[in-house]
Design a protein around this ligand. Structure first.
Ligand code: SAM
Length: 278
C-alpha cells in the first residue's frame, strides 16, 4: 500500500523514522508547532544557533504564503491550488486562506514526508474540498497522474502551483526547473507559479541559514535573486517582482515598503514571487 492510498484508507498509518530530523518537522518546531520529535527540535536549535530569528523567518514565510494565496484567489480569481511541499498543518493553511476569498476553492496538498499525510487527515475530515497526498516534486508525472489530483483539480482551468519554502533550496544539486516545467506544461494559460526561496545577496546571515540547513538536514542552499527569477521559467512575474517577503505585497504592488537596508538582516533571507502563464 502506498502512502497515497492512505488518503482513502482511514486505517493506514504511515511509518516514519523519528531518529532523524525532517524539514517538515523542523519547520513545525520553528513555528512553535507540536508535530515534531527530539531530533527535529535539535535540528531547529541548529537553525537558531546560526539564525537566532529563524522562527520569525518561518512566521514571515507563512504570512507571505497567505499574501500569495490571497492574490491568486482574489486578483487572479483562481479557485484551485496545487500546494507542493505543503508542510504540516498550521494556522492558517492554504485552503483556509483561499476559502476566505472563495469558499469553493479546492486545494491539493502534496508533500514527500508521510507525516504530513498522517496529520493532514484532520484537514480531510473537516473539509470536502481539500486533500493531501504523499508525492515528490522530483516525480512530477506521478503528481499529475495521481487519482486524487485528477479528481480534485480541473486541468482545463487555471491552477495555482505553489512551491513555498521548498522549491529550489532543498534541491539545488538536482534539476528543479525541469520538474516544475512538467507541472506547468500540464496547466492552461492563466495558471500561476508561486515561489518563496532562500536568497544569497552576500550577507552573513543568509550564509548562516544555508549552514544550518546543511548541518541539520544536509540541504537548504541559498541562491542569487537572478537564479530565483530563472525558476519562473521565463513566465511573466507579476508586480512587485521577486523581492524580500517584508517588501512583497502582490495585492498592492505600489504600497510604500521599507527600504531594503532598513529591513532587519533576518528579513533579508527569503524572497517571494508569483508568475503567470500566458
Ligand atoms: N510550504 C510550507 C510553508 O512554506 O510554510 C512548508 C515549507 S517546509 C519548509 C518544506 C516542505 O517541503 C516540507 O514539508 C518538506 O517535507 C517538503 N518537501 C521538501 N522536498 C520535497 C519534495 N521533493 N517533494 C515534496 N515535498 C517536499
Amino acid at each position: 500500500m502506498t502512502a497515497t492510498d492512505g488518503v482513502t484508507d482511514p486505517g493506514y498509518v504511515p511509518e516514519f523514522d523519528i531518529s532523524q530530523p525532517t524539514i517538515a518537522r523542523v519547520y513545525d518546531a520553528l513555528l512553535g508547532g507540536k508535530d515534531n520529535f527530539e531530533a527535529d527540535r535539535v535540528g531547529a536549535q541548529t537553525y537558531l544557533k546560526y539564525v537566532p530569528d529563524a522562527g520569525r523567518c518561518a512566521q514571515e514565510n507563512r504570512q507571505a504564503l497567505i499574501k500569495g494565496v490571497h492574490y491568486m484567489a482574489r486578483k487572479a480569481r483562481l479557485d484551485q491550488f496545487l500546494d507542493v511541499g505543503s508542510g504540516l498543518p498550521t494556522s492558517k493553511n492554504t485552503h483556509e486562506a483561499a476559502q476566505e476569498i472563495n469558499p469553493s476553492a479546492r486545494v491539493v496538498y502534496v508533500d514527500n514526508d508521510p507525516i504530513v499525510l498522517a496529520h493532514g487527515r484532520a484537514l480531510l475530515a473537516t473539509n470536502e474540498s481539500t486533500t493531501v497526498i504523499t508525492a515528490d516534486l522530483r516525480e512530477p508525472d506521478k503528481i499529475l497522474g495521481n487519482a486524487d489530483v485528477k479528481r480534485m483539480l480541473d486541468f482545463t482551468r487555471p491552477i495555482g502551483l505553489m512551491l513555498v519554502g521548498l522549491h529550489m533550496h532543498f534541491h539545488d544539486d538536482e534539476q528543479p526547473d525541469e520538474w516544475v516545467r512538467t507541472l506547468m506544461d500540464a496547466m492552461v494559460p492563466g495558471s500561476h507559479l508561486f515561489i518563496t526561496d532562500f536568497v544569497d545577496t552576500g550577507e552573513p546571515l543568509q550564509k548562516g541559514m544555508e549552514q544550518a540547513g546543511l548541518e541539520s538536514l544536509g540541504n537548504g542552499w541559498i541562491r542569487s535573486p537572478e537564479r530565483i527569477e530563472e525558476h519562473f521559467l521565463g513566465m511573466e512575474i507579476i508586480k512587485p517582482g521577486v523581492d524580500f517577503l517584508a517588501r512583497w505585497f502582490p495585492e498592492n504592488p505600489t504600497a510604500e515598503v521599507p527600504d531594503k537596508q532598513a529591513l532587519e538582516p533576518w528579513q533579508r533571507i527569503l524572497m517571494a514571487g508569483i508568475a503567470v502563464k500566458k
